[in-house]
Design a protein around this ligand. Structure first.
Ligand SMILES: [Zn+2]
Length: 428
């Protein structure tokens, strides 16, 4: 154990002899303000590898746009980037698993191993997690990156650098599948046709989902999802992709109940779309109540168009937008006894949420944070066996020196995945 705790504070000779150029990095100074500047060369540790990073998926748009994510604000400049691939250029003295020249991905989350959650084996919710590119940790949007060797899984030869740079979102997709309990022959509704929604769909498809229904309010993303083709069938992964619009906040109370959704709602706690309605003319309708009624009405139509019955609903709901309207529709579309997974991050802390329907339908409502230990190997395996294709998601690439343009391109919304080439844009 003594060796395990040994820490290099001086760069070992296997790195100094390489005469590496400066370790330029993409540094977020504050919200929407990026500079490319030299940062200290990371010190190779005895149990670590030094990686010449090649490709990095954009990261933490929340940090870039909102100056923080998940309640953790950016208070000092941070090196961004957490989804990378690269070439091993030096290995620590204790490392037996890697050698110079190996192609690896970067697993971005380093758990502390000491907190109560780590001790219970739930390392993805480590209380002291060092997550690349999050406040308090160094990201991988730099030319060189050091990490423990066991956090640098090997990537198959036929997987491109760019695809390997997207393995982390696929690992999240695998974790989504675990949490929501994806099984063959289940129906799946996914709110959000962004990268996480699409990789979740790809995983559900690879796991033999019976029907995949997707939703987004952005027509470009809806079109994109419609054209995301399965490497297994040559057909679109999603069976139906719907363009949603905002839920109206006007009351449906005075409307004559003419849809099945209403009929079911008024029948009490029967099966079907929505559910959980209390028929009480006296009770004061909140904005949430009004939206909930509208959500049921919208969803009844989507379900009909998707060729499901209202009694069926959908077995598994993946809410990957963080938008209140989608949460309401997600609960409305869930089958009785179904699973609802909250994946999307919102910029606000609270939302209207139909708790009565959750109870009446006996739904399993869950959250998710990052991914667990086996997700990276599973993601690599799926790419290796070509049951998931990430290439169509990569819509443009930028040199590291133009990182700000890359982030702005993602903000503009026309791109799906934007890859930054870590070694490009420099003179030498
Ligand atoms: Zn921990």
């Amino acid at each position: 154990m003594a060796e395990f705790h040994f820490l290099n504070r001086v760069q070992p000779s296997q790195v100094t002899k390489l005469n590496l150029p400066e370790n330029s990095a993409c540094v977020l100074m504050k919200k929407r303000d990026i500079v490319i500047k030299p940062t200290p060369m990371p010190i190779l540790q005895p149990d670590g590898v030094l990686v010449k990073t090649i490709a990095t998926d954009k990261l933490y748009l929340h940090n870039y746009v909102a100056g923080g994510v998940g309640g953790r604000p950016v208070t000092e400049p941070i090196v961004m980037g957490h989804e990378s691939s690269g070439l091993v250029i030096a290995v620590g003295d204790l490392v037996k698993t890697h050698k110079v020249g190996d192609r690896v991905a970067v697993e971005p989350g380093l758990p502390c191993r000491r907190c109560i959650n780590c001790k219970e084996g739930r390392v993805n919710i480590c209380l002291e997690m060092h997550y690349c590119g999050a406040p308090g940790s160094v990201g991988s949007l730099s030319r060189f990156f050091a990490l423990p060797a066991d956090m640098a899984p090997h990537i198959p030869d036929h997987v491109s650098w760019e695809e390997a740079g997207c393995i982390q979102p696929l690992a999240v997709g695998v974790q989504v599948g675990k949490r929501v309990d994806l099984r063959p022959h289940t129906s799946v509704a996914i709110f959000g046709c962004g990268p996480i929604g699409l990789v979740s769909a790809a995983v559900a498809h690879a796991y033999s989902a019976r029907k995949i229904i997707m939703f987004d309010n952005n027509p470009v993303r809806v079109d994109f999802a419609k054209k995301y083709i399965s490497p297994l069938t040559g057909k679109p992964i999603a069976d139906h992709v719907f363009l949603t619009k905002d839920l109206p906040t006007e009351s449906l109370k005075d409307h004559k109940p003419n849809g099945l959704a209403h009929a079911i709602g008024e029948a009490g706690s029967g099966a079907g779309i929505g559910d959980g309605e209390i028929v009480d003319e006296e009770h004061e309708e909140t904005v949430g109540d009004k939206k909930w009624e509208q959500a049921k009405k919208f969803v009844a139509e989507y379900v009909r168009q998707a060729g499901l019955t209202e009694e069926e609903g959908v077995d598994r709901v993946i809410e990957a937008t963080g938008a209140e309207d989608c949460m309401l529709m997600g609960i409305a579309i869930a089958k009785q006894g179904g699973n609802y997974l909250a994946v999307g991050l919102s910029h606000i802390q609270t939302n209207y949420f139909p708790t009565l329907a959750v109870t009446n339908k006996e739904l399993n409502v869950m959250g998710i944070t990052r991914y667990t230990a086996s997700c990276f190997p599973s993601a690599l395996d799926m790419l290796s066996r070509r049951v998931v294709d990430l290439k169509p998601l990569i819509t443009s690439t930028y040199p590291l020196t133009r990182s700000q343009d890359a982030f702005e391109a993602v903000v503009a919304g026309g791109d799906m995945k934007v890859i930054i080439k870590n070694q490009e844009g420099f003179d030498e």
